[in-house]
Design a protein around this ligand. Sequence first.
Ligand SMILES: NC(=O)c1ccc[n+]([C@@H]2O[C@H](COP(=O)([O-])OP(=O)(O)OC[C@H]3O[C@@H](n4cnc5c(N)ncnc54)[C@H](OP(=O)(O)O)[C@@H]3O)[C@@H](O)[C@H]2O)c1
Length: 265
Amino acid sequence: MGYVDEGIGFVGAGNMGAALARAVRRQLPEAEIYVSNRSPEKAEKLAEELDAAHVDNQWIAQCCRMIFLGVKPDVVPAVLKEMGPDLKLRERKPLLISMAARVSLGELEELAQGCPVIRIMPNTPVSIGQGVTLYAAGEKVPGSAKAALLEALKSSGCLVGIPESQMAAAGVVAGCGPAFVDLFIEALADGGVYCGLPRDLAVRLAAEMTAGAARLALESGRHPGALKDAVCSPGGSTIRGVRQLEAAAFRGAVIEAVIASMGKS
Ligand SMILES: NC(=O)c1ccc[n+]([C@@H]2O[C@H](COP(=O)([O-])OP(=O)(O)OC[C@H]3O[C@@H](n4cnc5c(N)ncnc54)[C@H](OP(=O)(O)O)[C@@H]3O)[C@@H](O)[C@H]2O)c1
């Protein structure tokens, strides 16, 4: 029996845990999925939606071979201590997958009772299968466990393996980035409204354009500066807008936002 066949457990059915559980269900329609949550109503609702079972943390520790920890970072130690005695008894250790920001592999491994541990950092677009999930695996993680996780999360979007030392910075770019881009979309739409567009059209155009420009940057492989240059005809309207953004220190503001979110000055 492999990691997936023996059941996939989600401890914590909040925003991110539920988004990943939905992605796993999309990818693995036949998998046995188990959900636990502090307030049972949330787990019951998610279990019903996903044709999964509502159980408790202990049950997941005893039975599942792939266990997602979707609780807040400060709750992770208590949850692992609660699950510890059952994890310790498991002959074939389950893979623990923590999505908790700022909880290191070292801290997780100390409480994992010998279970292999992978840290992941998903972002909100995983809820529509367009996310970025960063991952860093502990040394004890067998290749088969990592492959099973990547297969299970295939429908969440793209998966990017990075060294753990880059998790904080990459987490800001990929995880805080959606909020920064939302601000940009909102502001672009505001500009459109100021210039006479109806609000819904302005928001739609701004969002579609952002999605398309991002795809073009990815698929062309061209430097974003070169793509910008290609749109700026001499003396034209785009370069006038670029000048205004530079005067308002647009790029500097974005760089500072990344640094601020990292908690650095
Ligand atoms: N949201 C994001 O964009 C994002 C991105 C990347 C990573 N993350 C990480 O994902 C994790 C969850 O974040 P979230 O935004 O999804 O938070 P959330 O919506 O508050 O979900 C946390 C869930 O954990 C449940 N919970 C608390 N204690 C528990 C326990 N002892 N046993 C079982 N379940 C318990 C909570 O239950 P109640 O319903 O009773 O409160 C809640 O449903 C965090 O570690 C965060 O760092 C989040």
